[in-house]
Write a protein that binds this ligand. Structure first.
Ligand code: CP3
Length: 375
C-alpha cells in the first residue's frame, strides 16, 4: 500500500524509500541522489521521443510519451527519485499567455503581463480542467514506476513564474519585472497573489494524482536584493509550503532557490522539509546556518522546529570534467555534507539542471560515485 494517505488512488508499494528517509532524518544505507532536469536533451532517447511528439508542449500533453521520457533516465542510471516530466511554464500557459518555443531561444509568451488590464484578464485556474494533462501524466508515471522510486511533482515559485510572465520569456536583467518591483510594487504583489493560489492548487492536485514529494523551483530568486527576496519571493513560498503541509503533512516539500545560499536563515522560517542549494554554498556551512536558525526559532517561538534537510549542490559543469574529476568533486561534496557528524538529512543532486551538452556516461559517473561513498 501507500506510505501517505494524500492520494485517492491505489498505487504499487514503494521499494526504494532512501530519499524519503533522508528527508525525515532517518538512517540511510547510502546517499539518495537524483538530478534536476534528469529527463532532457542530453539523452538521445529523449530527443527521439521529443521528435515523435513534435514540439515540447505536445510532449508534455502526451501522457504516454511524458511517462516514457520520465522513465528514460531511470533505465540508464541508479537514481533514487523520478520527477514528473512537464515544465514550470504550464501555469502561465493555462492562464492564456500564449506560450511558444522559438528554436534556440527558449520559452516565449505572446501576451506578457505589463499593465493592469493584462492582470485583470488573468483567469482563476481550475487546475483539474486546464492542467488536467499534468495530473494524468502524474498518475500514469506513478503506475509505470511500479514503486521503483518516489515521484516528485513540482512548480515554479510565484516570483520565478512572474519573471517569465512579465518579461515575456527568459531574461538576464529582469528589466520589466524589476522595473515594476521598484515603480509599481502593488501591481507585482497582485500578480504574485494570483500565482500563489494557482501554485497551491496545482501542487495539491499533483499530490492527489500521485506525487510523493514536491519541489518548488525558485530559479530566479537569487536575482533579487536581500529585502526584496523576503518580500517578493520568500513570503509567497512560505504561504505555499504552509498550505500544502496543512493539506498533506506527510508529503515532503523541497524549496530550491537558485542563488539563495545567503538566505538559508530566511528560508528556514518556513515549513519546508529541505532546502535546495546551488554550488556557491558549501554544504558544511549550510548545515551550520540551519542548525543555528533552528536554535533561534526554538528560542523565539518556544516550540521545537524540525531539522531541515539540504539538497544539492554539484556545479552541473563538473560533468564536463573527467570521471576522476567528477569522483573527486563528489567526494568533497559528500565530506562537506556529512562534516557535522549527521549521516542523514542530505540528498545529493546538481546545483541546477543538467545541461544538454553533458555526456550521459558522465552523469552515470556522478550517480555511481554518490552511491559508492561510504557514509
Ligand atoms: O527535471 C526534469 O527532468 C523534469 C522536467 C522539467 C523541465 N523543465 C523540462 C524541460 C523541469 C522540472 C523543468 C523546470 C523548469 N522549466 C524550470 C525550473 C528549473 C530550472 O532549470 O531552474 C525553468 C526555469 C523552466 C523554463 C524553461 N523550460 C526553459 C528556460 C526552457 C528552455 C530550456 C532550454 O534549455 O532551452 C524550457 C523547456 C524545457 N523544459 C526543456 C525540457 C526538457 C527543453 C525543451 C526541449 O525539449 O527542447
Amino acid at each position: 500500500s501507500d506510505n501517505n494517505n494524500s492520494t485517492n488512488q491505489k498505487f504499487p508499494t514503494l521499494k526504494n524509500d532512501r530519499l524519503l528517509r533522508a528527508l525525515r532524518f532517518e538512517p540511510v544505507d547510502t546517499t539518495p541522489v537524483w538530478m534536476m532536469r534528469q529527463a532532457g536533451r542530453y539523452l538521445p532517447e529523449y530527443k527521439a521521443t521529443r521528435a515523435e511528439a513534435g514540439d515540447f508542449m505536445s510532449l508534455c500533453k502526451d501522457t504516454a510519451r511524458a511517462t516514457e521520457v520520465t522513465l528514460q533516465p531511470l533505465r540508464r542510471f541508479d537514481l533514487d527519485a523520478s520527477i514528473l516530466f512537464s515544465d514550470i511554464l504550464t501555469i502561465p500557459d493555462a492562464m492564456g499567455l500564449g506560450l511558444y518555443f522559438e528554436a534556440g531561444e527558449g520559452p516565449k509568451f505572446k501576451y506578457p503581463i505589463r499593465q493592469q488590464s493584462d492582470l485583470e484578464r488573468l483567469p482563476t485556474l481550475d487546475v483539474n480542467d486546464s492542467l488536467d494533462y499534468v495530473m494524468r501524466a502524474v498518475t500514469s508515471i506513478r503506475h509505470a514506476l511500479n514503486g521503483q522510486v518516489p515521484l516528485f511533482g513540482f512548480s515554479g515559485s510565484p516570483w520565478t513564474l512572474a519573471t517569465y510572465m512579465i518579461e515575456g520569456g527568459s531574461s538576464k536583467d529582469y528589466r520589466y519585472t524589476k522595473g515594476m518591483l521598484y515603480s509599481k510594487p502593488e501591481f507585482l504583489h497582485q500578480l504574485l497573489d494570483k500565482l500563489v493560489i494557482a501554485v497551491i492548487d496545482y501542487l495539491d492536485a499533483q499530490v492527489i494524482a500521485g506525487a510523493q514529494a514536491l519541489q518548488i523551483f525558485d530559479s530566479w530568486g537569487g536575482a533579487l536584493g536581500h529585502r526584496q527576496f523576503v518580500e517578493f519571493s520568500h513570503a509567497y513560498n512560505k504561504r505555499i509550503v504552509a498550505e500544502l503541509k496543512m493539506r498533506h503533512p506527510n508529503i515532503p516539500v523541497i524549496l530550491f532557490t537558485k542563488g539563495g545560499g545567503l538566505w538559508l536563515d530566511i528560508q528556514a522560517d518556513s515549513e519546508a522539509d529541505a532546502l535546495g542549494l546551488d554550488w556557491t554554498m558549501p554544504l558544511d556551512r549550510a548545515r551550520q546556518v540551519l542548525t543555528e536558525s533552528q536554535r533561534q526559532f526554538t528560542k523565539q517561538h518556544k516550540t521545537l522546529q524540525r531539522s531541515k534537510a539540504i539538497q544539492g549542490n554539484l556545479d552541473p559543469a563538473t560533468l564536463y570534467g573527467s570521471p576522476e574529476t567528477i569522483r573527486s568533486e563528489v567526494k568533497f561534496m559528500l565530506d562537506s555534507a556529512y562534516a557535522c557528524g549527521e549521516k542523514t538529512g542530505y540528498v545529493a543532486n546538481l546545483g541546477h539542471g543538467i545541461t544538454q551538452w553533458v555526456d550521459p556516461e558522465r552523469a552515470k559517473v556522478f550517480i555511481d560515485a554518490v552511491h559508492e561513498y561510504q557514509i
